[in-house]
Design a protein. Structure first.
Lengths: 145, 153
């Protein structure tokens, strides 16, 4: 099954680790990367160079991002009738209770804290794949609009 | 870790399910999953809201850390229960997982529109059902960070 994931992440190291872990889990996953919040919204709204961007099945969203904060990106996604049905998983180093609560208030589908250890990070990406891409029933692609 | 109001580290799960067979399977799968889970059971939508609002016999009910919600329920439909949970400021942060036999794309879409945290389809076979509950357990109770208990306001 062909799955499209949008990773919104500004740390090149975490981007690389996530790419490798998804590739190990399932090489057919199409992973797109946006490195700041403005680019994430441009991708999702298919603006500019993103005019032909495929709609993601799942979004992985860091909270601390340049240009537009992840909390604001999350709020924009969940306020948009076309985008709000895309499961949006927060993936961040923050373990702060306030960030967890705010994310669920802003309708994050789930909150995950990035492990510091490499092997645990890989394990977490595998479990995102196992649960969100293999187990969960995702909404079908709605026609853009 | 997600501390609860109680001293112990049990995770409170509310199962909203009217099929006795599915209740039994879910109970057994959680029991086998190796994590201290206290499973609370309500069998229709009205009872689910009574539990969540701590009314009547549920005055002392704990706030669930996680809700497993069937869609087709007596008295009040699961879609209506989901809409009420997600409109209620005190309840909306509780991760609410749809667990249903329906494979209808319209049900999937409406559930995400109503802000279900995820949608899972109940498999027809026992082994697959058991695995599904274990994967809920693994992902939501050990990987995901759940919001800490807040007092309803």
């Amino acid at each position: 099954m062909h799955r499209v994931v949008l990773l919104v992440e500004d740390s090149p190291g975490d981007v690389r680790l996530t790419q490798e872990a998804f590739h190990d889990a399932d090489p057919s996953i199409e992973l797109h990367v946006a490195t700041d919040g403005v680019e994430a919204m441009a991708y999702l709204r298919r603006e500019g160079i993103h005019a032909a961007a495929p709609r993601p099945d799942v979004i992985l969203l860091d909270l601390n991002l340049p240009k537009m904060d992840g909390r604001e990106v999350l709020a924009h996604i969940k306020e948009n009738d076309d985008l709000k049905t895309i499961p949006t998983v927060i993936l961040t180093t923050s373990d702060a209770e306030a960030d967890i609560l705010t994310s669920y208030e802003l309708r994050a589908n789930c909150y995950l804290s990035k492990p510091v250890q490499l092997e645990e990070f890989e394990g977490l990406v595998k479990s995102i794949n196992d649960f969100w891409l293999m187990t969960v029933k995702l909404p079908q692609q709605a026609l853009g609009g | 870790m997600n501390p609860t109001e109680n001293d112990d580290m049990s995770i409170e799960v509310l199962l909203v399910e009217d099929s006795p067979g599915d209740v039994r399977l879910t109970q057994e799968a959680f029991r086998d999953a190796g994590k201290p889970v206290r499973l609370h059971l309500v069998s229709d939508g009205v009872e689910a809201m009574t539990f969540l609002r701590r009314e009547g016999i549920y005055t002392g009910a704990p706030r669930p850390d996680l809700i497993l919600l069937d869609l087709n329920l007596p008295k009040m439909d699961g879609r209506e229960v989901l809409a009420r949970i997600k409109k209620d400021h005190a309840l909306k942060t509780i991760p609410t997982i749809i667990l249903t036999t329906s494979d209808d794309e319209a049900d999937v879409l409406i559930s995400y529109q109503l802000q279900a945290n995820c949608y899972l389809r109940k498999p027809a076979h026992w082994d697959a059902f058991d695995n599904l509950v274990k994967s809920i357990n693994t992902f939501w109770l050990t990987k995901a960070k759940l919001p800490q208990q807040t007092q309803p306001g």
